[in-house]
Design a protein around this ligand. Structure first.
Ligand code: FUB
Ligand code: ZN
Length: 641
């Protein structure tokens, strides 16, 4: 056995999600619920909420279901994006679990979109039906290419799932139209959409078709962003009839305050930022662009050391749906939009593809199991848009949202989750996520199946077995999560020196992998009490409980008092799997003291603190909160140990 210390990881290709089957346990259950409940009920909600009607472009416009707001924007302007994300989610699901009913629903939407498309390729149902004169006049606010980008991602996914080209061809015509309008050539506009999305969608289209013009257009949009003086959005505003009612504050809001390679701090609207950085990572991979990679490294560092909630959520402020000053991470008012968490998974995944450094997949794992997954109920049909870390019971999941961007975003992530598990090239296979599953790969032309048996994330024992017709020479890189302080491994019973063979958080084992080889990995996952950086004032003298990748919270539903009355006490927290709770989760029994309130009556302030009683409190995984009767919840617990 030897390592390949010098291996250069320019680009590891993710396995297609269709090559990974979750066999049982955590993600098998969640992907099943996503497929059986989330995706079908989301289509019902689109119908019930009057979304589908917007596609009937031959009919006179009906009254808006989302009125124009004081900023001149209606959420209805980007309903196309919701169709796009739903089609994308449904297509990923179809690819692994054929379903004629779902396929018929996608075809129904595709018919309407195809019919709506203008002769020149333009496709945005809002402008086609309601405001044809205004197309391309307000890239700053109106999400025109954001919507097209989501339709494009849906079209690529549907084509890959079914081989049907119709929607893809519709969207290629649309992209070719975009390319006639925007660019540096004389007569074209040097614009870009304030809500990033089209960029990463174009890279997907390039990868699906091999046509370099799509990558060229993505590169143009990325390079052009923030690069012009005067600023495109100001120039555009000058020409806007009557002037624009509102500027969403700053160029930072849309990450257009400077050229992307000069950006070193995450700013502005969080989802926009994550989509931009994802596209930059795609382009860095395609172009081998070290300057883009260097900018991304700085942005990643800033996000993860200054701006990220312990849940993996981000963007504390409702005002800009995004970032504020460093270390500003309030708990009860956290915006932490589900879409932002989901799109951090997108970015982290791409970063892991260009640099096999475990900090990327560590965060992918963190946000997946916590701040993203909290966005959907355990039953799979109710949602959170905001993901606070404290509640007094006022936060309730909703069936649908005024601005329903999050549900379909989460659905498309979960439906394609297999694609996040592993990546490879001809000499290397990296496993990023542990989950009971089979992974089918072709490494240098040879078939290799890896089977993971594990109860992860509840347990850190992972058994990986190999199936191969002929030996496959490769380095298998197993992520040793940053949270794990004690990892052991063996191959066919022989111990492996984990410390010596681990490079940037991945344990590398090189050999000719042959049928029946068995790797065992043990990742110790004791309960840990995490402290926040002293500058996060909101969390001073508090701790958050975490076990392995799973973050915990305390919910009133499991306890005799609201968690705000509790203080952790010295003693061991005990973890145990409770099959009957919340669909089967590991809960924590934690020693604590609990404030008594009975003797306070109408007293608001007094010179001695509350009396306390000693007890044991129950903590549950954060992702599973708000699935029972409304009540208080808290992640950062007072620390009295
Ligand atoms: O603006 C489109 C989407 O709606 C954004 O990504 C979300 O933050 C929400 O505002
Ligand atoms: Zn959202």
């Amino acid at each position: 056995m030897q390592t390949t210390e010098t291996t250069h990881f320019r680009r590891l290709k993710p396995v297609p999600h269709t090559s990974v089957a979750f066999t049982d346990g955590f993600w098998a259950e969640r992907t099943r619920i996503n497929r059986e409940t989330t995706i079908p009920t989301q289509f019902q909600r689109l119908e019930e909420e009057g979304f589908i009607e917007v596609l009937d472009v031959d009919q006179p416009p009906k009254p808006l279901v989302r009125p124009i707001n004081e900023y001149g924007l209606s959420m209805q302007m980007f309903f196309d994006s919701d169709f796009g994300k739903w089609i994308e989610a449904a297509s990923y699901s179809l690819a692994t679990h054929p379903d004629p009913e779902i396929e018929a629903k996608i075809d129904f939407l595709v018919d309407k979109l195809d019919h709506a498309q203008l002769a020149d390729g333009y496709l945005n149902t809002w402008f086609i039906r309601r405001d044809p004169e205004k197309r391309w006049t307000n890239l700053r606010d109106w999400h025109e290419m954001y919507s097209m980008g989501h339709l494009l991602e849906g079209a690529v996914a549907y084509y890959q799932a079914t081989g049907k080209r119709r929607f893809l061809d519709v969207m290629i015509r649309c992209v070719d139209h975009i390319a006639t309008v925007f660019g540096r050539e004389p007569g074209k506009r040097r614009g870009y959409d304030a809500h990033e999305e089209i960029e990463l969608a174009l890279v997907k289209l390039f990868r699906a078709t091999g046509e370099s013009r799509f990558l060229d257009l993505a590169r143009y949009f990325i390079d052009e962003r923030g690069a012009q003086n005067p600023h495109y959005f100001d120039e555009e505003a000058k020409e806007f009839p009557g002037g624009k009612p509102f500027n969403f504050g700053t160029y930072e809001y849309s990450q257009s305050h400077k050229p992307v390679r000069e950006q070193d701090e995450v700013v502005g609207h969080a989802v926009r930022a994550m989509y931009l950085y994802s596209a930059m990572a795609d382009l860095a991979a395609e172009d081998d662009d070290a300057s883009l990679k260097a900018a991304l490294d700085k942005l990643w560092r800033h996000l993860t050391s200054r701006q990220l909630y312990v849940t993996g959520g981000m963007g504390p402020a409702v005002e800009n749906e995004g970032f504020t000053r460093s270390f500003d991470l309030p708990n009860e008012t956290a915006y932490a939009e589900t879409c932002a968490a989901v799109s951090l998974v997108f970015w982290g995944h791409r970063m892991a593809g260009i640099d096999l450094d475990a900090r990327f997949a560590d965060h992918m794992e963190l946000v997946l199991h916590n701040g993203a997954l909290s966005g959907v109920s355990l039953a799979g049909d109710a949602y959170f848009y905001e993901n606070p870390l404290e509640s007094h019971g006022q936060h309730r999941r909703w069936r649908w949202h005024y601005c329903p961007c999050c549900p379909t975003n989460l659905a498309r992530l979960v439906a394609s989750l297999g694609g996040y598990v592993a990546s490879h090239d001809d000499e290397n296979v990296a496993i990023h996520l542990y989950a009971a599953s089979t992974i089918d790969l072709e490494v240098a032309g040879r078939a290799l199946r890896l089977t993971q048996q594990t109860a992860y994330p509840w347990d850190g024992d992972i058994r990986i077995t190999v199936e191969a017709d002929a030996p496959v020479p490769a380095t298998l890189w197993l992520r040793i999560p940053g949270w794990c302080r004690d990892a052991t491994a063996s191959v066919n019973g022989a111990p492996v020196d984990v410390a010596a063979l681990t490079r940037k958080g991945y344990l590398g084992i090189r050999r000719d992998w042959a049928a029946d080889d068995e790797i065992r990995l043990h990742l110790a996952m004791p309960v840990e009490a995490l402290h926040a950086h002293p500058d996060v004032g909101m969390d001073a003298d508090r701790v958050a409980l975490k076990r392995g990748p799973v973050l915990y919270c305390v919910e009133e539903a499991d306890n005799a008092a609201p968690p705000q009355h509790m203080r952790l006490a010295a003693g061991e927290a005990k973890a145990a799997f409770d099959a009957g709770k919340l669909g089967g989760v590991v809960t924590l029994a934690v020693p604590a003291t609990i404030d008594r309130t009975a003797d306070w009556q109408d007293t608001l302030y007094r010179p001695r603190p509350a009396e306390t009683v000693a007890g044991t409190i129950t903590a549950i995984p954060y992702f599973a909160w708000a699935n029972r009767e409304p009540g208080a919840m808290l992640v950062w617990l007072r620390d009295g140990r």
